[in-house]
Design a protein around this ligand. Structure first.
Ligand SMILES: Nc1ncnc2c1ncn2[C@@H]1O[C@H](COP(=O)(O)OP(=O)(O)O)[C@@H](O)[C@H]1O
Ligand SMILES: [Mg+2]
Length: 311
């Protein structure tokens, strides 16, 4: 199978610091591929190498069948890139931004007219053509930026944290747009730190300190990495309750989500009893204990914790 993106031992060193450390992964054609990891993990550096904007120190990759080191110009022609830093010109109007990017991508006048219509349509910006881009809200700007990044109909699109600073409603709308692109056969590689967004991806990799520590579909990640039961515990004083529980040997992992906590345990029934006992000793009112299917958040907390333990 021809992969849209194929990465082999890709590495970036800045002086003695290795930001991206021999990573390997493949992205299937037409899929939405999520690239996850904390700030500083190496996501943007990887994307910049894959867009042939930054030279790799070691290893290589093919993007749309072109080698990033040997055919950087071909790579650039095949892709759309929405950088993490804002890529639009704030002081230009919506129309002027579209025209600018159309010229950068070398579109003819008739192509540009047609694509401009399409961008205004998908970004829902019809009627706002003459608005100054800087006066649009974050969500509208992101949609315009994505529209501009795909003006030339690239087959592969890189989106670097496209939804950071965007409210939840606009984030959902933005993802509808990503789904539309994917439905048209466009391959989308997207970075995010919103884990609920990772659920919308076909495949995901998790990067930590420049190394890939897990990969697979959301379903595979939940099934393959977490073997122990997870209990969701809703009680009063959840922080106190967590402090009590996390010092117990049978509590392998604890994390608080607002008014409840998740506890990964060795044995479900024993843990249920122990939790009930511990909380009642401290007069903490327990409302509910329930075994749950792990979320991606549980998986990533677990995996990152395991990495911490290795240090
Ligand atoms: N040009 C550079 N020179 C030196 N260090 C850099 C440079 N660019 C990125 N880094 C470092 O590489 C690491 C990875 O950065 P980055 O790829 O931006 O992470 P992410 O996008 O996952 O937040 C960080 O520690 C960052 O400080
Ligand atoms: Mg980044």
């Amino acid at each position: 199978m021809n992969h849209a993106i194929s990465v082999h031992n890709l590495t970036k060193r800045f002086g003695s610091f290795t930001a991206v450390d021999h990573i390997n992964f493949d992205v299937k054609q037409g899929e939405i591929f999520g690239f996850l990891g904390a700030n500083g993990a190496g996501k943007s550096t990887t994307i910049r190498m894959l867009c042939a904007l930054l030279e790799s120190s070691d290893g290589t990759a093919t993007v749309g069948g072109f080698d990033i080191n040997k055919e950087p110009d071909k790579v650039k022609e095949s892709i759309g890139y929405m950088s993490q830093k804002f890529s639009l010109y704030e002081d230009l109007t919506v129309d002027e931004n579209i025209n600018f990017f159309g010229r950068v991508y070398g579109l003819t006048n008739s192509e540009l007219l047609q694509r401009r219509d399409w961008v205004l349509e998908i970004a829902n910006l019809r009627g706002s053509e003459t608005r100054i881009t800087g006066t649009l809200s974050g969500g509208w700007k992101q949609r315009l930026a994505l529209g501009c990044a795909v003006l030339h109909k690239p087959k592969i699109v890189f989106l670097d944290e496209p939804t950071s600073g965007v409210d939840p409603v606009m984030r959902r709308k933005f993802w509808e747009l990503i789904n539309d692109l994917s439905a048209e056969g466009v391959t989308v590689l997207v970075t995010t730190h919103f884990l609920e967004e990772a659920e919308y991806c076909n495949d995901i990799i998790l990067i930590n300190a420049g190394k890939i520590i897990a990969g697979g579909s959301p379903k595979e990640l939940k099934e393959n990495y977490i073997k122990n039961p997870i209990l969701e515990v809703q009680c009063e004083n959840v922080i106190d309750a967590m402090t009590l529980v996390e010092s117990e040997r049978w509590a392998l992992e604890t994390s608080v989500f607002g008014t409840y906590m998740h506890v990964m345990v060795e044995n479900e029934n024993i843990a249920r009893e122990k939790i009930q006992q511990l909380l009642s000793e401290k007069n903490i009112v327990l409302n509910r204990i329930e075994k749950i299917t792990p979320s991606l958040e549980d998986v990533f907390i677990y995996l990152l914790d395991e990495e911490e333990k290795k240090k």
